[in-house]
Design a binder for this molecule. Structure first.
Ligand code: ZN
Length: 437
């Protein structure tokens, strides 16, 4: 795989974010379809449909929710809360309403954040039929005593859950899974950042010739991964490892949450990539809360799937509010996340297991032309020589190149270069990872 340069013109991110930002997404409904159709202009994703009522492991696919408009009007006929101004104003999955009520009757259905008086909160009620409006605390305090016209022009009826799936075929069927959620309306870090990085990654990988196959999922949170896992249980053995991408555009430094296995190849690769390329980063252990890694890492699946983010969810004040807007995310953070992912895939692609064909004593390298071959490499010659000894000693089928790099504290690229030279001179041979692991 030829890894393309990770720096993309900023407008590649901006154009996608600008187009996706106004769409009212939820776990189902036309907002999801419109989002997927926009992504299809970039990459050939398939739109999968699962009907309402279908089982998804222990869950059931809910009815499809669509909304046309919603408002609260005061007695002067002014829209004091207007869905057209921000789709965060309506609690996602609100049932239809058309009523006149007093402020006291309306108040139990109004949600604000007194500690962040200018922010509109983001709320959902997917599995409990109700309705509500979200507004800034400042605006809530301005509401006068009186009668209000309350309208939510929504529809909740049997339909479909939709998600996007793209398989980029590599030389082998073994797959790297990249997933991101697409169910949040009008917020940037959570999760237009994940959607755009995943889309641009897919585009770049599709233009290369990868060794592994890459499967991208654009799914509604929780129910989407459950539905996909339910439909693909027989397929899970092909997944080498995976990454959930979420909250990857805020100004914070990268955070990697390990898979439940903690020492799987993706955990080791991500640790290496962050340690060797990011001045500041955090690595956290798996926990059974967060994003779709909860489903992929549930005990019966226990897939080697970690989660790449920047500031973890709930640890920044803009989280799940209208303050998670285009001003909050940084193009440098999106670029940096893209770089980390590409470097991670590059390592995965080059991380092989080898077998030393002369394991009794050290093979005589001189007579095999190894020093001559190495002579062309003027840079890092000493490290390369050292790396050859490490590769020879640990190419026993039980250690991959990343292990050897970590054991020797030699850069992965040097260890890879040493292995290539040894392979050319027929001192070691690659063995399939499926057998070695
Ligand atoms: Zn969220």
């Amino acid at each position: 795989m030829e890894i393309p340069p990770s720096t993309l013109p900023d407008n590649r991110f901006s154009a996608l974010i600008t187009d996706l930002l106004p769409i009212c997404r939820s776990i189902t409904g036309s907002g999801v379809t419109r989002t997927l159709e926009r992504l299809q202009q970039e990459i050939p994703i398939l739109i999968r449909e699962v009907p309402s009522g279908a089982p998804a492991l222990d869950w059931t696919v809910p009815n499809e929710w669509n909304i046309r408009d919603a408002w609260v009007k005061n007695s002067r006929g002014e829209r004091v809360i207007d869905f057209k101004k921000s789709n965060l104003h309506v609690v996602s999955y609100s049932t239809p309403v058309n009523a006149t009520m007093t402020l006291d009757e309306l108040k139990p259905h109004l949600f604000s954040l007194p500690a962040q008086p200018t922010a509109i909160p983001y709320r959902t009620s997917y599995y409990n039929e109700s309705w509500g409006f979200c507004l800034s605390h400042e605006d809530l305090l301005k509401l006068e005593i009186g009668n209000y016209e309350v309208v939510i022009d929504s529809e909740l009826k049997p339909g479909f859950l939709r998600y996007g799936e793209l398989l980029i075929k590599g030389e082998v069927e073994e797959e790297i899974l990249i997933t991101t959620h697409l169910c949040h309306p009008t917020m940037c870090n959570d999760n237009l950042s994940g959607l755009t990085v995943a889309t641009l990654l897919a585009k770049m990988i599709a233009e290369s010739s990868p060794h592994f196959s890459y499967r991208f999922l654009f799914i509604p949170g929780t129910i989407g991964s459950l539905a996909w896992l339910a439909a693909n249980e027989d397929h899970l053995g092909k997944i080498k490892c995976g990454l959930v991408l979420t909250g990857v555009g805020d100004p914070g430094s990268p955070t990697y949450k390990k898979s439940r296995r903690a020492d799987s190849v993706i955990d080791r690769v991500m640790e290496y990539v962050l340690k060797s390329g990011s001045p500041k980063f955090e690595i956290r252990n798996f926990s059974p809360f967060g994003y779709d890694e909860r489903q992929f890492c549930s005990p019966a699946f226990d897939l080697p799937v970690g989660c790449l983010m920047r500031t973890p969810h709930g640890e920044y004040p803009e989280y799940h509010t209208s303050l998670d807007n285009p001003d909050f995310i940084k193009l440098e953070s999106l670029q940096d996340t893209l770089r980390i992912c590409l470097r991670c895939f590059e390592l995965l692609e080059n991380n092989r297991f080898y077998l030393n064909l002369f394991p009794k004593g050290e093979p005589q390298l001189g007579k095999r032309g190894l020093y001559q071959a190495m002579g062309q490499q003027t840079k890092d010659r000493q490290s390369l020589q050292l790396a050859m000894l490490w590769v020879l000693n640990y190419s026993d089928g039980g250690h991959d190149l990343l292990d050897i790099s970590l054991k020797s504290s030699l850069p992965f690229d040097i260890v890879t270069a040493a292995a290539k030279l040894l392979e050319e001179c027929k001192v070691i041979r690659p063995i399939p990872s499926a057998h070695a692991m």
